[in-house]
Write a protein that binds this ligand. Sequence first.
Ligand code: TXA
Ligand code: MG
Length: 316
Amino acid sequence: METEILDSNEVKKAAEFIKKGELVAFPTETVYGLGANALDKEAVKKIFEVKGRPPKNPLIVHIASKRQLFEIAQIREDKKELISKVIEEFWPGPLTIVLKKKENVPEEVTAGLDTVAIRIPNNEIALELIEKSGPIAAPSANISGKPSGTCFEHVLEDFKGKISGIIKSKACDIGLESTVIDLTSEKPLLLRPGGTDFEEIKKVIDNLEIHNKKLKEAKSPGMRYKHYSPDAKIILFEKNAEDKIESYKGNFEEKGKKIKLLRSSKTNSFAKNLFKEFRDADKEKIEFILVTSVDEKGIGLPIMNRLRNAASEVVT
Ligand code: TXA
Ligand code: MG
C-alpha cells in the first residue's frame, strides 16, 4: 500500500480516507494518533492489525465537540454536573474520560467493555480532521509495545506502506499521552497519569483516587502490557539508588556493552523528548539505557509511569 504524506492543508483528503474506512495517522497535542472511523468496526479492526495491538486493549475515541459526546456516551443524570465541570475545565486537552458507551460504538473500539474512553484533543489539525470525518478511534501511532510516535518521522518509520495517509506536522507539544480518568465507578479513578496534571483535576474532582492495582489487575487494560520500550533494555534507578549507577556503568563498560545515561528532569522538555530519546538509542544500537528518577509530582508523575512501564529492571 502506498502511504500518502499529507500537508496540514490537505486535511480534507485525510478525512476522506477515514470516511472510506481507511487509516490515517494525525498529530495531537500529546502524541500522534493512528485513526479510523470510530463507528466502523471493520476500519477499527485494521488499527489492531497494523499495530499488532492486543485485541483486549480498548481505544480512545476522539471527538471535536460536546455534541459528539452525547452521540457516543450515556451521561448519568447524577453525574451530569461533574462531567460538565470536568469538560468545561479540561477540553479540548490531554484528558480522556471513561463513560458508559452508547449502542452505536462498536465493541471492537471498547474491546468488549460497556464503557468508552473519549477526549477532545487540543490540536487544530486533529480538530479539523474530526469535524470533517466524525469521531475517530485512535491509539498512539506506534507498533504495539514500542515508544509512542511523537513526531512525523517516527510514525513514518513504523507505518510507511501500511496505512493510507500520515499528516505531516511539527513534533507533538507534550510528548506523553493523555491522562485517563474513569467516571463510571462509584469513586472517580485516575487510570493513567498523562498530560493533564493530577493535582489540577483534583481541584475539580476532589475525591479522585489513583488506581494503583498491580499491572495485571489494572482497570485500564492498556496498563497490563509492557509498554513504551525501545530495543535497548532500560534500567531505572530509584532516587535512593543513584549511587549504584557508577558501578552498573563500570560493569557494562568492562563487558564492552553500549550504554546511554539518561538523567530525568521534571520538565516539559524532558517529557516532550523522552520517547525520542528511546528511539534515538535504538538507532545508535545502544544496549542499555541507565535512567534516573524524578519526584512523582506534576509532569513527574506521568514521566515516572512511562519509565516504570518501559523498564526491564528497577534498581532500589
Ligand atoms: O494522548 C493520548 O491519549 C493518545 C492520543 C492519540 O490521543 N492516545 C493514546 O491511546 O495514548 P492508547 O491506545 O495508546 O492508550 C489508551 C489507553 C489505554 O491504556 C487503554 O487501555 C485505555 O486508554 N482505555 C481505553 N478505553 C478504555 C476503557 N473503556 N476503560 C478503561 N481504559 C480504557
Ligand atoms: Mg499507546
